[in-house]
Design a protein around this ligand. Structure first.
Ligand code: HEC
Length: 182
C-alpha cells in the first residue's frame, strides 16, 4: 500500500519534472479610448453605412450596366461598413476602456450641458447595464443595416438607418448629458 503510494507520488513528480508553470501569455488589451473609437472608427463606418447605392436606371445599356455593377459594389460597401459597426460595441464596452486620454478635450467640454470624461467614466461604471443596453441597440441596428444591404432592400435600409441614428443619440443623451434624458 505504502509502496503503491510512493510509486504514485514518484510518477507524479516525474511527470511534472522539467515543466515550468506556463507563463501567462499577454493578450490584447484596450488601447484606444472611447472618444478615439467614436471618431476614428465609428464615424467613418457610420458615414459609409449611411450611403445609398446608386440608382440602377437602365441595365440594358452599357452605361446602365456599369451603374448596375457599381450598385452591387455599393451595396457590398454598405454591408461591410455595417458589419464593422456591429463589432464596435464589443470594442468600446471592453472592461478597462477609458473614455478619453488625459488632456484630450471633448466636443463641448467645459459647457454646462455636457459631462467631462471623468464624469462619464463614473456614470458608465455605475450604470454598466444601461451602457450595455445602448451598445446592444447600436449592434442590433448595425446588423439590420447589414441584412438590408445583403437583400438590397431600400425600405429596410432606411428603417435600420433611423434605428442606428437613434441608438447613437440615445446613448449620448444617457451618458454625456448631466441629466440623462433616457
Ligand atoms: C453605448 C453608448 C454609445 C453609443 C451607442 C454611441 N456612442 Fe458615441 N460616444 C459615447 C461616449 C461615452 C462618448 C464619449 C464622449 C466623447 O468622446 O466626447 C461618445 C463620443 C462620440 C463622438 C466624439 C465626440 C467628441 O468628443 O469629439 C462621436 C463623433 C460619436 N460618439 C459618434 C457616435 C455615432 C455616430 C454613434 C452611432 C453610430 C455613436 N456615437 C454611438 C457613447 C456612445
Amino acid at each position: 500500500m505504502r509502496l503503491a503510494a510512493l510509486i504514485l507520488v514518484g510518477a507524479v513528480l516525474l511527470a511534472s519534472c522539467g515543466q515550468t508553470p506556463a507563463a501567462p501569455v499577454p493578450g490584447p488589451e484596450p488601447t484606444a479610448t472611447i472618444n478615439e473609437i467614436m471618431k476614428a472608427m465609428i464615424t467613418p463606418m457610420n458615414n459609409a453605412a449611411s450611403n445609398l447605392p446608386e440608382e440602377i436606371t437602365d441595365p440594358d445599356t452599357p452605361e446602365g450596366k456599369a451603374k448596375a455593377s457599381r450598385a452591387d459594389a455599393d451595396w457590398q460597401a454598405i454591408h461591410d461598413a455595417a458589419l464593422a459597426l456591429s463589432e464596435m460595441p464589443n470594442l468600446f464596452t471592453m472592461e478597462g476602456r477609458k473614455v478619453a486620454a488625459p488632456g484630450v478635450k471633448l466636443e463641448n467640454e467645459g459647457t454646462p450641458s455636457y459631462l467631462t470624461a471623468v464624469q462619464m467614466e463614473d456614470r458608465i461604471r455605475s450604470d454598466r447595464t444601461g451602457f450595455l443596453k445602448h451598445a446592444k441597440a447600436m449592434q442590433d441596428a448595425s446588423l439590420a443595416i447589414a441584412a438590408a444591404a445583403a437583400s438590397k432592400n431600400v425600405d429596410a435600409l432606411y428603417d435600420a438607418g433611423g434605428k442606428l441614428d437613434e441608438s447613437c443619440s440615445s446613448c449620448h443623451a444617457a451618458f454625456w448629458y448631466p441629466t440623462p434624458t433616457k
